[in-house]
Write a protein that binds this ligand. Structure first.
Ligand code: SF4
Length: 349
């Protein structure tokens, strides 16, 4: 082993695997700093805190929490803009939903490679395990990530390194290959045992995905938004709003985002200036944002009837709905709430 202390950048997602991989390296005397890439689709941060059903989960950013457990510096890198091309044009396609995992991994490792080159670090580590994920973590795709990212043999996966060809950090004696692991497959048992050995108990749910793009309902809403707009562009607000509310598209030119509870209501209030929005005035009910183009009075009347249907006044003959367009005065419309059986399944996104 050489004497110089070597430095590694660890991709930290907030999950158990990346936590363990970094810890394994720290145990070998490597100076480790974490990189966490923010794509806009990450299941982290404030969106955790919106819904009641998530209230039991600790409201923390798991990447920051991991870094704290490890006692390392974490660099959060905003890749929102650059990530658009990865998501819109993935060379290796999508996984089960809209998750471009292989291209995403290549992109993140490429960014990490640029980072280590600039910051004088020696190599990159990830928590990848062969066979753990169907797309990006297969024996045949692991070399693809190393090659196409440009990192080549400066990319070390401590949890499954023994199943892979030797990398430069191993060859040069920066790390001891014998003390690396040979985990493979979907079982989480070896990781859990290792976590126990290291004294980690409060880690993020091992099965939890790190990104909304692996979620079927989220992906469906994303595709619906692209199809309705006729192009695949998106802004940060668009992808945030896909995470909240019930999404209904009664007509091709607009959709309704209907809050399902108080927490979502409050979150959506922040978007009132940008969208036409409506809510019942006399009975409790949801806040509704209207996202679309060329919205007519007839469209708004239909939306108001649907809004009334999701409020407490749904069985009344008439409900008063306030409607407000950006930069215009609010007005009231008295509507007959739409009966539940007139809201067809195909409106739901
Ligand atoms: S789950 Fe999301 S963040 Fe993770 S590799 Fe796949 S696309 Fe990237």
């Amino acid at each position: 082993m050489s004497n110089k202390q070597r430095k590694a950048a660890a991709l930290i997602s907030g999950g158990l695997d990346s936590l363990l991989a970094a810890k394994v390296m720290i145990e070998q005397g490597i100076h480790v700093e974490g990189l966490n890439f923010f794509t806009g689709f990450c299941v982290e941060g404030h969106t955790h805190a919106i819904r009641k059903k998530d209230k039991a989960k600790p409201k923390r950013n798991n990447a920051l929490w991991s870094a704290e457990q490890l006692g390392i510096k974490l660099h959060i890198v905003d890749i929102v803009d650059e990530y658009k091309d990865v998501l819109i044009n993935p060379k290796h396609g999508y996984g089960a939903n809209m998750n471009p995992c292989l291209d995403c991994k290549i992109f993140m490792v490429k960014k990490a490679f640029e980072w280590i080159s600039k910051n004088n670090f020696d190599f990159i580590i990830t928590g990848e395990v062969i066979g753990q994920r169907p797309m990006s973590q297969r024996k045949d795709t692991m070399p693809v990530v190393a090659r196409k990212s440009g990192a080549d043999d400066l990319l070390l996966r401590p949890l499954c390194a023994k199943n892979l060809p030797e990398t430069r950090p191993e060859r040069e004696g920066w790390v001891d290959r014998e003390k690396l692991f040979d985990f493979s497959g979907r079982s989480r048992k070896p990781q859990m045992a290792l976590a126990k050995e290291f004294g980690f108990s409060d880690y993020a749910s091992p099965a939890g995905g790190c990104c909304f793009l692996t979620d079927e309902a989220y992906s469906r809403k994303l595709v619906d938004m692209w199809e309705a707009r006729g192009d695949r562009e998106y802004e940060m607000d668009d992808i945030m709003l896909l995470k909240v509310g019930r999404h209904l598209r009664p007509r091709d030119n607009f959709k309704m985002i209907i809050s399902r509870e108080e927490g979502e209501n409050r979150f959506m209030e922040g978007y009132r200036k940008q969208f036409i929005h409506m809510a019942a005035t006399t009975q409790p009910g949801p806040l509704v944002l209207i996202d679309g183009s060329n919205i007519s009075d007839d469209d708004l009347e239909l939306a108001a009837r649907i809004t009334a249907r999701y409020g407490k006044g749904k069985s009344l003959d008439f409900v008063e709905i306030s409607i407000k367009k950006p930069n215009e005065s609010e007005y009231l419309l008295s509507v007959n709430p739409m009966p539940a059986d007139e809201v067809p399944e195909e409106w739901h996104r």
